[in-house]
Design a protein around this ligand. Structure first.
Ligand code: ADP
Ligand code: MG
Length: 254
């Protein structure tokens, strides 16, 4: 059975999409079967895997609304993992789902039949605590919370932890925080070091051992539609995401 992981943080620009794409690619390098789900109408994960969001016939939008099957939407990327792509149409789902029955469980139900085909299913959530994110949290076994080590990062974390508590009580009792991921890390910043110390105090071993450094190659790779391993596999960014994939695989990869 696969581990379904929602990569979430309602803050934008903290490295959710970068982590989702490169973790998918890193796990694929470890010969794991991976499905990456783009749940953000911005479609950045889709583009980052070399799939043109503008020329999708069917997208995850159609799947969530019941107008397409998962198999009609799924594409295989060139990088050894599968993708459920998204584009701006998905923004409409936010409103349309409100009127539907079982609106919070639609992604979970859609994944039921394919869970056994994968070792890991990664969900790239949008930067909001909305109906799409809720679908991601209800479908997930665990969450990965990427965060930039700066002061306001901790503030947003409280809201997220409260949301997770509510989701656990009402909709998905099995959801756990699998890990806090330090991203865009700059070891020269004393503030970053302070935040790291506070994180360790509050979350203990929930903080991943792997730290993702600020690395320009990670920012460049998406403009070529490639994960870091297909762009500069000896960069510090690539090594960090491979280390993270290994850390996750040791925990969950049976
Ligand atoms: P989110 O999905 O949380 O909004 P992104 O993954 O899109 O965040 O990252 C925000 C921006 O920062 C993007 O331009 C991305 O290329 C860049 N970025 C993300 N992680 C790193 C990193 N470790 N080093 C350098 N740039 C990064
Ligand atoms: Mg994103």
């Amino acid at each position: 059975m696969s581990r379904v992981l929602a990569i979430t943080n309602q803050k934008g620009g903290v490295g959710k999409t970068t982590s989702a794409v490169n973790l998918a690619a890193g796990l694929a390098q470890l010969e794991k079967k991976v499905l990456l789900i783009d749940l953000d109408p911005q479609g950045n994960a889709t583009m980052g895997c070399g799939v043109d969001k503008h020329s999708l016939g069917r997208s995850i939008y159609h799947m969530l609304l019941g107008h397409a099957e998962l198999s009609d939407v799924r594409v295989s990327t060139e990088f050894g993992f599968d993708l459920l792509p998204a584009n701006r149409e998905l923004g409409g789902a936010e409103v349309e789902l409100i009127e539907m029955e079982h609106r919070e469980v639609r992604l979970r139900v859609a994944l039921e039949d394919v869970r056994r085909d994968y070792d890991f299913i990664l969900i790239d959530c949008p930067p909001a605590l909305n109906m799409l994110t809720l679908n991601g949290l209800v479908a997930a076994d665990g969450v990965i919370i990427p965060m930039q080590c700066e002061y306001y990062a901790l503030e947003g974390l409280t809201d997220l932890v409260n949301t997770l508590r509510k989701v656990r009580l009402a909709l998905n009792p099995r959801i756990e925080i699998d890990g806090l991921l330090r991203t865009l890390y700059d070891p020269r910043s004393t503030l970053a070091q302070n935040v790291v110390a506070q994180l360790a105090q509050h979350f203990g071993d929930k903080v991943f051992k792997t730290v993702i450094p600020r690395n320009i190659r990670l920012a460049e790779a998406p403009s070529y539609g490639r994960p870091i391993f297909a762009y500069d596999k000896s960069s510090r960014g690539a090594l960090a995401y491979l280390e993270l994939a290994t850390e996750l695989n040791q925990r969950f990869g049976k």
